[in-house]
Design a protein around this ligand. Sequence first.
Ligand SMILES: *Cc1c(COP(=O)(O)O)cnc(C)c1O
Length: 390
Amino acid sequence: MKECTQLLYSGEMNLPGHIHPDAPAIFPATAYAMQDTQHYFAVSSGNGEYQYNRTANPNRDSLSAAISLMEDGEVSAVMASGMAAISATLLSLLRQGDHLVVNEAIYGETIELIDLILVPLGVTVTYADFLSPESVQAAIRPETVMLYTEIISNPLIKVVDIDAIAGISRANGCLLVVDNTFSTPFVIKPLQHGADIVIHSLTKFFGGHSDLTAGSVTCSQVLMQKIELKARLLGGCSDPYTAWLCLRSIRTMEMRLSRQMENAQHIAEALSGDPRVAQVNYPGLASHPQHDLAKSLFLQGCGPMLSFRVADDQTKVDAFIRRLNLITYLGTLGGFRTSLAHPATAFRTEFTPQQLIDFGMHEGLIRISAGCEAAEDLIADITQALDVFN
Ligand SMILES: *Cc1c(COP(=O)(O)O)cnc(C)c1O
C-alpha cells in the first residue's frame, strides 16, 4: 500500500468493546487505575499498559506510530518541542569525554544547546563544513561518538550528501543523528541512508497549522531504550492534546507538502527570472550547485524551503515585507500559509555584521516557507512587492 494511504490510518487505537469512533479519543488522564500490586508491578515492568502520563500515553503512542511509518523507523518518541527531542537525545547518549562532530550550518539553538549545556558537562565538539565530507572526516578523533547534521541548511538551502556522511559515520563507529525538520520525510528519509536517529521539530511541517509545539525522535528499539529512560527523567514529554492534534495534522500532511513543494519550485523559477532578484537558493533549480545531488537523494520534491537575495538595503527590505499582502513575516516556518523570515535580523543579536556577511546572511537575504496557496497568487504578491526595488 502507498505511504500516503497508510498515513490516513496509521496510529489507530484499538479501544475495548463496542466503541469505534472515526477519530481518535484523547487520553488526558495523568494516571490509570491499577487492580492490585501485581498489576502495578507488571505495568511498571513494561507490559505495554499505561500507568502514568509522563511515562507513556496512548495519544503519544499513536502519533509515534505515524512518525515511525513516515521515517521508516522502528520506534519514535514524542517530546514537548523540537528542542526537547534534541536535548533528550544528546543528553542521554553523550557523556563526559565524548567528542561530537556537528554541522556548522544547523539550527542556531541546537548549537547553543551544545555550547551552553553539553560542553560545560565535558563533551567536546568540532563544528565542520558538512558540505565537504573531507572536512567531516578530518574532524573525527578516536573519542568521536556522534555526527550531527541537518539535510537542507538554513538559510542558504544547501544540501548535505548524507550518503557520504553516513559512510564516514559507519567507518568510524559513530552514531549519525539527523534533524530532518527542514526537509521532511517526503523529501528524504535519513534512516534509509544510514542515519541512526532522526529528529523533528513537529512544530513546523508536521503540525503544519502554526498552532502546536512538539518534537520527535525516531530510531531502533535498542537506541530508544537508552534515550527514553533518560528522556522520562528530563521531563519533556508532549501533552496528550498536542499529540492528538499533531496526528490530526499528519492525516493531510502529504497533500499539504506536495502543494508546498510544488509552490516552492514555482516561486523559485519565477524569482530566477526577475531582474530585481540577485540569487535564488532552491535545489530544484538547475542552477543550484547541488541540483544533481538533490535529484539523486530526494523523493517527492526538493522541499518547501527556499531563499533569495535582493538589494542589501534594510529600508527597502522592510518596505518589501510591508507591501506583501499574502505572505506573513514569522519567526517560524512550516505552516499551510506561505511565510517569510529575514535571517540577518534573526541572528543580529548573536553575530557581528561581518560574521553575518561571512555566513551568507546578507541584509537582502529572504527565506520563504512555501504554503498551500495557488502558486500564481504567491508569485503575483511577491512580484508586486519587489517593485520597491525598482
Ligand atoms: C524549529 C526547529 C527546531 C526546534 O524546534 P522547537 O519545536 O521550536 O523546539 C529544531 N531544528 C530545526 C531545524 C528547526 O527548524
